[in-house]
Design a protein around this ligand. Structure first.
Ligand code: NDP
Length: 292
């Protein structure tokens, strides 16, 4: 069997186009422009690429994009003061502090200083609690993008066995909550899980967010399963730097029913969902109906 490729790039372009249409309507009908502020502390090369792409796509969708680049040795008080300033800025509807922060800064403290209504990454404890209790929240962008692709592929996910490999706060845990919210039977696997291949083979839906290049091989996948590969790993192969996922695409695509590629799967959906979250935050802040 050869798996259907779930084209995250095309899906994300579609989401961005819908966001842009909604943004121009907001401007025409209400004189409103959604604004996203991204804060980058330090010079982590991967973070710089992400921030640049976020800024570019935010502008392309017609929104206001503001970037704050701070020195790597910025102290906590300065960063917290900037977050407070953005919380109080009526032109800004979404605030994203790019992670990871340098070691001397307390990420939890900084993230929890963001106004939860502007927390478009969905990492504030209020949003985590709201998501966990099935209430309206800001949903973390990467798992939201995965859920959108799964819903699009399957329609209803009700009753499906979902296995999430990885239990991080930014991907694994919120992914599991979202799948539970869609009535999947959810298992969360991690580094202490016993008989990992056996656990993974039970999955109708497998979401791999582990950060280990090509760890999940075809033999661990149930025939016909849907595989969502969140991993972004840079490896050296044949003298070149290559981007690979947490799933061994060559063997997995022979067994799975559908699979997301890396690159071109989850990655583009993450930024598209960030734009969608910013638009949602702007609508909520102004008491307007939320986009679908
Ligand atoms: P973390 O390092 O925070 O978490 C990794 C998880 O995988 C942990 O729960 C860990 O278990 C588990 N794990 C590690 N090794 C093993 C193993 N050998 N067997 C079983 N479980 C293991 O990573 P993130 O969640 O932040 O990211 C995961 C991947 O997703 C990375 O490749 C990252 O680059 C990518 N990513 C992609 C995004 C996108 O936009 N596409 C966005 C965010 C992340 P334990 O908790 O027990 O240590």
């Amino acid at each position: 069997m050869t798996a259907k490729i779930i084209d995250g790039k095309a899906f994300a372009a579609d989401v961005r186009a819908r966001v842009a249409t909604h943004v121009s309507r907001l401007q025409a009908e209400h004189g409103l422009t959604p604004g996203l502020a991204v804060v980058l502390v330090g010079e982590d090369p991967a973070s710089q690429v992400y921030v640049r792409n976020k800024g570019k796509q935010t502008k392309e969708s017609g929104m206001l994009s503001v970037e704050h680049r701070l020195d790597p040795d910025t102290d906590e008080a300065t960063l917290l003061a900037l977050v407070e300033q953005l919380n109080n800025d009526p032109t800004i509807h979404g605030i994203l502090v790019q992670l990871p922060l340098p070691d001397h800064l307390d990420s939890d403290l900084v993230i929890n200083a963001i106004d939860p209504a502007k927390d478009v990454d969905g990492f504030h404890i209020s949003n985590v609690g709201l998501l966990g209790t099935g209430q309206k929240s800001m949903v973390p962008c990467t798992p939201l993008g995965c859920l959108m692709m799964l819903r699009d592929h399957h329609g209803s996910l009700s009753g499906m066995n979902a296995v999430v490999l990885g239990r991080s706060n930014i991907v694994g845990k919120p992914m599991a909550q979202l799948l539970l919210g869609d009535s999947c039977t959810v298992t969360i696997a991690h580094s202490r899980t016993k008989d990992l291949p056996e656990v993974l083979r039970r999955a109708d839906i497998l979401v791999a967010a582990v950060g280990r290049p090509e760890m999940v091989v075809g033999d661990w996948i149930r025939p016909g399963a849907t595989v969502i590969d969140v991993g972004i790993n840079r490896i050296e192969r044949d003298g070149k730097t290559k981007l690979v996922g947490d799933v061994d695409f060559a063997s997995a695509s022979q067994v799975a029913g559908a699979i997301t590629p890396v690159p071109g799967g989850v990655g583009p959906m993450t930024i598209a969902c960030l734009l969608a979250n910013t638009l949602t935050a702007c609508c909520r802040a102004n008491g307007l109906p939320e986009p679908e």
